[in-house]
Design a protein around this ligand. Structure first.
Ligand SMILES: CC(C)(COP(=O)(O)OP(=O)(O)OC[C@H]1O[C@@H](n2cnc3c(N)ncnc32)[C@H](O)[C@@H]1OP(=O)(O)O)[C@@H](O)C(=O)NCCC(=O)NCCSC(=O)c1cc(O)c2ccccc2c1O
Length: 134
């Protein structure tokens, strides 16, 4: 099961050529992950960061076509591997039928500013239910 969210391309995302500048894609990707936690895993980041964190330890992306101011991007996040404290995901963004980006990332549940911690059961159960084999 995947998590879907739309992000409109705004003026703030674009370079002077009118296309999305790549760091803005990484901010969008983080927004998608934040929305996934809040809407699908039952843990908004503002709650999570009070005593914990979820920093990214690995991320890679490929950009297959430019996005323009006014485009609406359909982001899809799917968790692909769940470990003791880590989760790996894949994200795609399409505009209509056109693929704009692919991203793979891993984040780790930590004690605030500290070491990795096992996922709480409430989050683990929700991620497990979304893995491809479920
Ligand atoms: C995150 C670390 C503290 C982990 O180090 P630690 O020594 O505690 O744990 P391990 O090294 O044993 O690994 C635990 C776990 O992670 C997997 N893992 C580690 N590195 C990688 C990697 N490169 N690729 C893939 N997987 C990796 C490892 O296999 C283990 O998996 P298990 O599932 O088996 O447990 C330490 O790595 C660290 O501090 N890294 C730096 C992180 C960082 O600075 N990232 C830069 C951006 S910060 C950021 O993105 C961010 C920060 C926040 O505070 C957030 C808070 C809330 C939400 C989002 C945040 C956020 O995005």
């Amino acid at each position: 099961m995947a998590f879907d969210v739309q992000i409109p391309v705004r003026f703030k995302h674009c370079d002077p050529a009118g296309i999305v500048f790549f760091p803005r894609y990484f901010e969008m990707i983080n927004d998608v992950v934040e929305d996934w936690f809040a809407q699908s895993l039952g843990t908004p980041f503002d709650v999570l960061v009070k005593e914990n964190g979820a920093p990214t330890v690995e991320i890679s992306a490929g950009f297959t076509a430019p996005s323009l101011h006014g485009d609406v991007l359909d982001f899809r996040l799917a968790p692909v591997r769940l470990g003791r404290s880590s989760v790996s995901y894949e994200i795609t963004a399409h505009c209509g039928d056109e693929l704009r980006l692919r991203c793979s990332g891993t984040l780790v549940y930590i004690q605030r500013m500290g070491k990795s911690q096992p996922w709480p059961d409430s989050i683990r159960e929700r991620i497990e239910a979304q893995l491809p084999s479920s």
